[in-house]
Design a protein around this ligand. Structure first.
Ligand SMILES: [Cu+2]
Length: 355
């Protein structure tokens, strides 16, 4: 019984910690804190879910150029470094599994809407690990290589995480759910003698759709593959022909597999609902321990259920409002629930240990 509750909490899809890009490394060299310096940083790390919004392209401040550019040469290895609240923290909640995709566009001072973009790197699901799993394991770092023949000039490079923990329902069907996009646009000055010009044919507002198999995806179903959304990866005009055709064929096959997986996973959605219901009832008892988390939960040598509930009740009033105010995040975001859920889980574990 208790195991069931713990499992349900562990698989809860809404336990969350969001992310954004902190900075860039070029061939392993840290370019320093890029936030609002060479990154068009958003005001917070909340996701974008509306595919019709300009924010889906370069996030909330995407149309506001920043002062600096990262200098790199065609063929260089770039590393985008992500973080949650502080550099080298937990990066992003492990529940936020999904792909990491990278696009390039000729530099623009606009918000990047329109057909301007070319995909240059992607990492999805390899049969056991998601790109986000690898990102967390790498301390927030995601690597890719610039096309070696890329023509010199100023560019925007846009990298995104797509978190799939609520993407079994499309955002336009239920705005409380849907895939969570974390796009980040970074200003680059690329050097080199290459002459490959990206096709710049992709438009996020029309190219990403709510029914795309990589955007409407049940993470809790059974699946063996995942179809990364967007166009094929462009590697440069000299090398793109043959290899891209092969990629396209593979992707089609994967799409068929994914459709089957979606069909068979309807049952899993029901299980998720049960998990949510359990959380709803558990949270009300446990959430009160929020602000006093070290004191109420960890100081007592053997906290009993009654001591937790008592201390919880005592602190409930002052705990709620300051938390909401200090985070400054909209109540619709996952982060406002993060702490309560974490404490709910922690309390459940303590109770389990004692009984
Ligand atoms: Cu989230």
């Amino acid at each position: 019984m208790r195991y069931t509750v713990a499992s349900a909490l562990a698989m809860a899809s809404t336990v969350a910690a969001h992310a954004q890009v902190y900075g860039v490394w070029v061939n392993g060299v840290d370019q320093g804190d890029g936030r609002s310096a060479y990154i068009r940083s958003p005001a917070n790390n909340n996701p974008v879910k509306d595919l019709t919004s300009a924010d889906i392209v370069c996030n909330v401040n995407g149309g506001t150029p920043v002062a600096d550019f990262v200098t790199a040469a065609a063929g260089d290895e770039l590393t985008f470094e992500w973080y949650h609240d502080n550099r080298a923290d937990d990066i992003i909640a492990a529940s936020h599994k999904g792909p990491i995709i990278t696009y390039i566009a000729e530099y623009t001072e606009t918000d990047g809407t329109g057909a301007l973009w070319t995909k240059i790197a992607e990492d999805g699901y390899d049969g056991s690990e998601w790109a986000v799993d690898k990102l967390i394991a790498a301390g927030g770092k995601a690597d890719f290589t610039l096309p070696s023949g890329l023509a010199a000039g100023k560019y925007l490079i846009r990298q995104e995480i797509i978190a799939l923990h609520e993407s079994d329902t499309a955002y336009n069907a239920n705005s409380a759910r849907g895939a969570q996009f974390y796009p980040s646009c970074i200003q680059f000055e690329i050097t080199g003698s290459g002459s490959d010009v990206p096709d710049e044919a992709f438009d996020f507002n029309t190219g990403y759709t709510y029914s795309d198999p990589g955007i409407l995806f049940n993470l809790y179903g059974s699946f063996t593959s995942y179809t990364i959304p967007g166009p094929d990866v462009w590697t440069g005009s000299g090398s793109s022909g043959g290899s891209n055709t092969a990629v396209a064929t593979t992707t089609k096959a994967a799409a068929a597999t994914t459709k089957a997986a979606v069909a068979t996973s309807a049952a899993a959605a029901a299980t998720t609902s049960v998990a949510e219901a359990v959380i709803a009832t558990t949270t009300s008892a446990a959430q009160a321990a929020v602000t006093t988390e070290p004191a109420a939960v960890e100081t007592s040598i053997v906290p009993t259920f009654s001591t937790i509930v008592t201390s919880a009740a005592a602190t409930q009033v002052e705990s709620e409002a300051p938390v909401a105010t200090s985070t400054g995040t909209p109540s619709t975001g996952c982060s406002s629930r993060r702490r309560r859920r974490r404490n709910a889980r922690r309390n459940i574990k303590k109770l389990s240990d004692n009984q």
